[in-house]
Design a binder for this molecule. Structure first.
Ligand code: PLP
Length: 374
């Protein structure tokens, strides 16, 4: 039996180990924020944004950012139905209501037309989630936001390395959030980042991030409001600093893996993969294949073929509205249809060509059991 192929794995080198060791040995007292500030600096430079706040998670960054926008009880926030629960949870925690709308069939990201139809006087924000590295139609979403005076937030947790007409994912909305969970393109184990170009929003979020203590407050141990505690540790930030030095290489790794899958699979009938429309670059966090309905390939079949080859198969996100704590939105036909005939393929920096060949062969065997590999 061949060894198992994990769906994802971080890339940790001597650089990360060295920085983490240094932080553990020396990053205390006067030095306790050094790697954190360096990580924020490196990340904001990479993204070309003015401000960044490192956090313990993307979920926490989103929670604080939405609180800083004043989102609260009875408000509505519009987002795509196809997504991980992390984007919806902080909306609920703030007492607001997530409004799930359908996705586009080609990018699997939020459908701007459905967004506009879902706007009510209670709508306080639109969240653009760049699913699996695929980019939302930011021009249209920002235009809708402008028209109705509603801020557009970017959840770019899956979109490190994705570029939209020269701008990096996460840098275009009122604020952007990122995740450095172990499954993401850049990792600190657990961790996240809040970014914005809006000075006032930055100050408000910074105050929230520090248990309600404003940076201008001179009184010691004085909180002006009830805030949050979603800070990253200096040791995690040290790992993040090393990853930032390797960011171009980490992004290139994701693209390399996707290109090999694309070359090995795209000739199969009725298959689509992550798109890369003109003027954009996809960071390809998760290579994903979706089969047309009439091909008859199911998620279960894909899972069993990949499992038999010892490869992890990650299901396409279930519609959030189908989870037990929400109400199903059956008119989100695309979000409900795609997951039944799609799968995420394994991808990580050090995945080797023989492993990729095994995955490709397993997928190809679904269509023609005797098909060889490229
Ligand atoms: C991973 C992920 C998150 C959550 O990130 P955490 O750091 O685990 O909080 C949020 N949104 C999306 C789209 C994600 O993929």
């Amino acid at each position: 039996m061949n060894h198992r192929i994990y769906y994802t794995k971080p890339s940790i080198t001597a650089l990360e180990v060295g920085y983490a060791t240094d932080a553990a040995q020396n990053g205390w007292g006067d030095h306790c924020y050094e790697y954190i500030h360096r990580f924020e600096e490196a990340f904001s430079t990479h993204l070309s944004v003015n401000y960044a706040i490192a956090t313990s998670s993307c979920t926490g960054a989103l929670h604080m950012g939405m609180a800083a926008l004043g989102i609260g009880h009875d408000d509505e926030v519009i987002l795509a139905d196809s997504n991980w629960i992390a984007t919806a949870a902080p909306i609920v925690h703030l007492g607001a209501k997530p409004i799930f709308v359908d996705i586009l069939p080609d990018t699997w990201c939020i459908d701007p037309e459905k967004v506009e139809k879902a706007i009510t006087p209670k709508t306080k924000a639109i969240i653009a989630v760049h699913l699996y590295g695929n980019l939302c139609d930011m021009n249209r979403l920002l235009a809708i936001g402008n028209k109705y005076g509603i801020p557009v937030i970017e959840d770019a947790a899956e979109a490190i390395g994705s570029l939209y007409h020269g701008q990096r994912a996460g840098s275009m909305g009122i604020f952007g959030v990122f995740s450095f969970h172990g499954s993401k393109t850049l990792t600190t184990g657990e961790g996240g980042m809040f970014v914005t170009n809006d000075h006032e929003l930055y100050e408000r979020t910074l105050t929230f991030s520090n248990h309600g203590r404003a940076s201008s407050q001179t009184k010691q141990f004085w909180a002006d409001l009830v805030g949050f505690k979603y800070k990253i540790s200096n040791i995690q930030a040290a790992i993040g600093c090393a990853q930032m030095e390797r960011i171009d290489d980490l992004i290139a790794g994701k693209k390399r893996v996707f290109k090999i899958y694309h070359k090995g699979l795209m000739d199969l009938p009725g298959i689509s993969m992550n798109p890369e429309p003109p003027g954009t670059e996809n960071g390809f966090w998760m290579p994903t294949i979706v089969f047309d309905t009439d091909i008859g390939v199911t998620r279960e079949l894909l899972q069993s073929k990949l499992q038999a080859e010892g490869a992890d198969a990650r299901v396409f996100f279930h519609p959030l509205s189908s989870l037990p704590m929400f109400t199903p939105v059956h008119e989100n036909k695309i979000a409900y249809g795609i997951p039944t005939r799609a799968i995420n393929l394994p991808t990580y920096h050090d995945i080797c060509s023989s492993e990729l060949k095994r995955v490709i062969a397993a997928v190809r065997s679904i269509i023609s059991p005797n098909a060889g590999i490229c």
